[in-house]
Design a protein around this ligand. Structure first.
Ligand code: CA
Length: 438
């Protein structure tokens, strides 16, 4: 829920909406990462050999850990400016200690990630479809009320609930106050997390949620749809009318708040998120780029059809083309509501999983086209090598970081086009081999 961040390890019930810096891979979200690694702070350097930020150096971390109490005390004046009485601040922060186990997750990057198809298979499973339909029936009146109030599709809200926490099964069990205090005082994201910490204090000071119930991911996201504290502050609503905004304890508050978030971030009532499409032979994959928006009518003129065979409703809607697994996988035309979902988490695979789960909950079918399941996903080391080889040939990839962001994909397309390959920007093992041997 913060444009410059994506989430880590949703499968493990860990965090959402924080933690990966801007410019990180925006196609393969960090939820693909392995569950939270274990190990003490002393193994930090080996967990994260790439970290170069001075605040993440072992000596800096140990110094910040030692200074945690005075750091927390010093934040009291900022809390006072927000109207939190000193006595309340002292009571809320009494006995706080840093949770050093979460620090390594600030920069953690897994060596191996899932393919987009394995990711979607996991999140859009028969089990998740079945459970989502049960909850849609159980809370039908609440979902209907949220649709009336915010104009946001109930199936998308249910899909976010299902993807974020497996319908509350994995919402995280760390103290949000402790996690945000730790990250506000230690490590390379202190400024960002100081704001989150303040938002937590305001919530607790106001009494919306009891401190012992405010549990969440290591980065401080909480509730069934994993709001960060500042997101809660801006978008949470009291949808059941009991006077408290309690997205942990009240399903209506959670549903209303999630709907409100999407509405405020550009959701268009009555529209879908996108369509699976079939591309014509010899399609120009340079057009499959998020920056290239055309109307559905224009895409039809380029030979694109819906995979279902049905016509496009509202042919003047603008869409961009996404081919998340390259030329050998399914393609999609993405509408404005896809971008609204990406405001929740800026990873394309995440938004595709949400859109697809929503369609399946509604009774829709699986994708028509097959994924290239024989493709092997590159390891982080291989992605790093791919970037270095592109850079060596003069393509602008920025500083190689092992993450396939927008710049790397653009560079890869240019390389593919220059050597007569289909410029789909998909980092396959064969394109890496091509770079090695030419
Ligand atoms: Ca309430």
């Amino acid at each position: 829920m913060k444009a410059s961040f994506v989430t880590v390890a949703a499968f493990a019930g860990l965090s959402l909406f924080a933690t990966i810096p801007a410019g990180a891979d925006d196609r393969f979200p960090a939820q693909l990462m392995d569950p939270e690694p274990t190990g003490s702070i002393t193994t930090f350097a080996s967990v994260n050999p790439q970290s170069t930020h001075p605040d993440m150096a072992p000596d800096a971390l140990l110094g910040a850990i030692a200074g945690f109490d005075s750091c927390v005390r010093s934040l009291g004046s900022a809390a006072a400016k927000r109207g939190i009485p000193h006595a309340n601040y002292a009571r809320l922060t009494a006995g706080l200690s840093p949770d050093v186990h979460i620090l390594k997750l600030l920069d953690a990057q897994p060596e191996f990630t899932k393919s987009v198809w394995d990711y979607i298979d996991t999140l859009v499973s028969e089990e998740r479809i079945k459970r989502g339909r049960e909850l849609l029936a159980e809370y039908a009146q609440t979902f209907a009320a949220a649709e009336r109030a915010y104009g946001v599709d109930r199936y998308v809200i249910a899909a976010i609930w299902g993807v974020e926490t497996k319908y509350s099964a994995i919402a995280g069990d760390r103290s949000v106050l402790r996690s945000t205090a730790t990250l506000a005082c230690i490590g390379r994201r202190q400024e960002y997390f100081a704001k989150e910490f303040m938002a937590v204090l305001e919530l607790l000071n106001h009494g919306d949620i009891a401190p012992e119930r405010l549990k969440g991911s290591w980065a401080g996201a909480f509730g069934p749809t994993q709001f960060m504290p500042t997101v809660y502050q801006r978008y949470a609503v009291d949808f059941d009318g009991d006077g408290r905004r309690d997205i942990i304890g009240s399903v209506p508050d959670m549903i209303g708040s999630t709907a409100n978030y999407l509405k405020k971030n550009g959701w268009h009532a009555g529209e879908t998120w996108g369509y699976e499409v079939v591309l014509p032979r010899n399609f120009d994959f340079m057009l499959a780029d998020r920056s290239r928006q055309h109307t559905l009518r224009q895409w039809e003129h380029a030979g694109i059809r819906r995979a279902s065979g049905a016509a496009f409703p509202r042919a003047s809607d603008k869409a961009f083309l996404l081919a998340p697994a390259g030329a050998r996988g399914p393609a999609f035309l993405m509408l404005g509501n896809f971008r609204a979902i990406m405001r929740y988490n800026p990873a394309e695979a995440y938004a595709l999983a949400i859109g697809h789960l929503a369609d399946r909950l509604r009774g829709g079918d699986a994708f028509v086209q097959a994924w290239p399941r024989d493709e092997r996903v590159l390891s982080r080391t291989e992605r790093y090598e791919l970037q270095q080889r592109l850079a060596n040939r003069g393509y602008g990839v920025g500083e190689p970081d092992g993450q396939l962001g927008t710049r790397t994909r653009a560079a890869l397309r240019q390389y593919q086009a220059s050597v007569g390959l289909v410029p789909d920007g998909f980092a396959s093992s064969s394109v890496l081999q091509h770079l090695r041997t030419r």
